[in-house]
Design a protein around this ligand. Structure first.
Ligand code: C5P
Length: 232
């Protein structure tokens, strides 16, 4: 794998013109772009197709969670859009995961385990469990068994997950901040790109450090250089 193209840029913006101009400058330095609710609900399929036309891989992050038949049909529609990755909630259960896989075509299905925004109190309240790590491990083991292609997880979980799954299982992590990144935002326990790759992530999702940078090309080059120096 080309070490330098491990970054997935999160297109979290309601400014299409800005996204367009950034991508024209840096698309060759990325592995893919991540389209989530903000982009998709602002710009719809039309916006999706405009990005696709740039010949860049798309991670369509819609985190599907519904009854198995509904998710199956949703995944079938996503696979027709030729997205590289998409997401479903592992908590939708075995049948939902299996039906999703049956319609994935060439799109890789990633599982969302426990939302990293939930703290111990919320986990206790909604899952009746005290141990988040144990819960995450259980979710990932089952996702692996059900043949999901990988998971999206917190940087803190990379190491424990890598030990549970085979090498083909894809681990993608957000919560990444480049070394020497000074701006403070809502991301708390972050890792650097180099560290995340060394711990076993295949790809890293980065948004604001690139999107809000005065010079996105300089920023992605710096990040890729950092990744090239990793041991993996
Ligand atoms: O701007 P930033 O680099 O924080 O963007 C990270 C992206 O990853 C956002 O699209 C965010 O929604 C997503 N994400 C996250 N933390 C999670 C799961 C997804 O930051 N636990």
């Amino acid at each position: 794998m080309n070490k330098s193209n491990r970054v997935i840029l999160a297109l979290d913006s309601d400014n299409f013109k800005k996204i367009n101009s950034i991508l024209d400058k840096i698309k060759n330095h990325l592995y893919a772009v991540k389209i989530g609710y903000e982009f998709f609900l602002n710009f719809g399929l039309d916006g999706y197709k405009k990005i696709k036309k740039k010949r860049i891989k798309i991670f369509l992050d819609l985190k599907l969670h519904d009854i198995p038949n509904t998710v199956k049909n949703g995944i079938e529609a996503i696979s027709k859009l030729r997205a590289e990755f998409t997401t479903i909630h592992i908590s939708g259960g075995d049948e939902m995961q299996k039906l999703a896989i049956s319609k994935k075509g060439n799109t890789k299905i990633l599982g969302v385990s426990i939302l990293t925004s939930l703290d111990v109190d919320q986990i206790k309240k909604y899952y009746s469990k005290n141990n988040i790590q144990k819960l995450v491990k259980n979710f990932v083991k089952n996702a692996h068994k059900n043949n999901l292609d990988g998971v999206i997880c917190s940087p803190k979980e990379i190491q424990i997950i890598r030990k549970l799954v085979n090498d083909k299982f894809i681990i993608i992590t957000p919560g990444i901040r480049p070394i020497n990144y000074k701006k403070k935002d809502d991301q708390q326990r972050t890792l650097t790109p180099k560290k995340a790759i060394e711990l076993g992530a295949n790809f890293i999702v980065i948004g604001r450090p690139i999107l809000l940078s005065k010079d996105p090309l300089k920023e992605i080059r710096k990040i890729n250089l950092e990744i090239e120096q990793s041991k993996n």
